[in-house]
Write a protein that binds this ligand. Structure first.
Ligand SMILES: Nc1nc2c(c(=O)[nH]1)N[C@H]1C(S)=C(S)[C@@H](COP(=O)(O)OP(=O)(O)OC[C@H]3O[C@@H](n4cnc5c(N)ncnc54)[C@H](O)[C@@H]3O)O[C@H]1N2
Ligand code: MOO
Length: 400
């Protein structure tokens, strides 16, 4: 038996970040930026109006002043009309402020008000004097030209993409998402909607894994359901062109454990007993083409837990994400439960206030798939603990 941390360390040592690629900005959501982005120009690009109103020379725009409207500057206009004493230009939000103006009087601060007009009035009466610079958004006040707006290593969210677009870039260098193949093995498996005959069960691991892979930001390249037949599995594995393969089932010591028999032949794949529950039988290694192969035990809760402890951190590391672990917090156990001696337990739990309780009534069985959907977190119980008592503090990894 090896311990959970040793297996995890072996996995992470093999999961090197994928080489960066250049992608259109619109395809980069959720990916990690490989090089910093600097703005090509100041943001805002030019002094512009924050309000629909009138650009004025502040000295003229005292309360009650009547100003002649000599120009009209909508957003997108390249005009820079000259303003003489007593003159104003109608201006819309986002339009460049004329060089001669030093304040904007909003429509609401004129006697003419907010009535919609196709053309500006000939003159306006100012009802509230603007402060110097009022309602002018200054060139470069958010970022000067050349300033870094998004740092390398950032996992790009929608707001980052908008900063990059405004900085004048439509392509970015990012670490691509890992492409993942999912293989479920087992002659007992039938499609989820089919009515199982005696001995058969609905296939759920590929559904679970595809969801977990996508939730981790990686790409599901293909899904294969393979019977317990060495040649069939070998043919599927040899036909893959992906970064990661996740297999489930057939990893133990049974007579039909195809994954162990087919991948166990490979020089760089190793099968271990890991001191954890669930998830004891684990295979991991590199396929001849370079893809990482995870051979997870078939029980659905074992698959979920193994994904969380080994596959997810590896997928995040491949994708260049710095923070590969979920936050861990201490919570109170609201019930007692047994834990296996000498194996770290990863128990699906539900959250209740500041406490947790096992999500399955049956406790920690790796086959308790119906209640897996209720789990909101995993309680991580060290190998030397034999029993969790009600009221004990436990370390919890929240899944949301
Ligand atoms: N003699 C021993 N038997 C077992 C040991 C052991 O140490 N000695 N370990 C047990 C543990 S722990 C686990 S975990 C399982 C792992 O077995 P396998 O990886 O070989 O998985 P299977 O036998 O193929 O399946 C186990 C279980 O899960 C169901 N299953 C499999 N695939 C799916 C799927 N895609 N969707 C839904 N359910 C699936 C399968 O029907 C079995 O019930 O071995 C123990 N045995
Ligand atoms: O390790 Mo198995 O996953 O206990 O059920």
């Amino acid at each position: 038996m090896i311990d959970l941390e040793a297996h995890r360390a072996r996995v992470l040592a093999a999961a090197a970040q994928l080489p960066p690629v250049e992608l259109p900005l619109t395809d980069a959501l959720g990916l990690v930026l490989a090089e910093p982005i600097a703005t090509r120009w100041p943001v805002p690009l030019f002094d512009n109006s924050a309000m629909d109103g009138y650009a004025v020379r502040g000295a003229d725009a005292t309360e009650g002043a009547v100003l002649r409207v000599v120009a009209d500057v909508p957003a997108g206009s390249a005009d820079d009309p000259d303003l003489g004493p007593g003159e104003a230009a109608r201006i819309m939000t986002g339009a460049p402020v004329p060089s001669a103006a030093d304040a904007v009087v909003p429509l609401e601060a004129t006697a003419e008000g907010t009535e919609v007009r196709a053309t500006p009035p000939a003159q306006i009466t100012v009802t509230a004097e603007p402060k110097p610079g009022a309602h002018i958004r200054r060139e470069g006040e958010d970022a000067r030209a050349g300033t870094e707006v998004v740092a390398a290593g950032t996992r790009l969210g929608a707001r980052d993409l908008s900063s990059i677009a405004s900085a004048g870039h439509d392509r970015v260098r990012v670490v691509p998402a890992a492409r993942v193949a999912i293989i479920s093995t087992g002659s007992e498996l039938v499609p989820p909607g089919a009515t199982p005959q005696r001995g058969q069960i609905p296939e759920s691991n590929s559904v679970l894994l595809a969801g977990c892979v996508r939730e981790a930001g990686a790409e599901v390249a293909s899904v294969h359901i393979v019977p317990d037949d060495d040649d069939a599995l070998r043919a599927v594995v040899e036909g893959l062109d992906v970064d990661v393969v996740i297999l489930s089932g057939g990893a133990s010591v049974g007579s039909f454990d195809v994954v162990k028999s087919v991948l166990g032949e490979l020089p760089d794949v190793r099968f271990d007993k890991v001191a954890m529950q669930p998830g004891k039988p684990q295979g991991f290694g590199t396929l001849p083409g370079g893809a990482l192969a995870f051979c997870l035990p078939g029980n659905p809760v074992s698959v979920a837990v193994s994904f969380e402890m080994f596959v997810r951190p590896a997928l995040l590391q491949l994708a260049g994400v710095a923070q590969i672990d979920r936050p861990r917090v201490t919570r109170r156990a609201l019930a007692a439960w047994k834990t296996p001696v000498g194996r770290a337990q990863v128990l699906p739990v539900v959250l209740e206030g500041n406490g947790v309780r096992p999500s399955a009534r049956g406790g920690s069985g790796s086959h308790l798939v119906a209640s897996l959907g209720r789990a909101e977190a995993y309680a991580l119980i060290p190998a030397d603990v034999e029993r969790v008592e009600e009221g004990d503090d436990v370390i919890v990894m929240e899944l949301t």
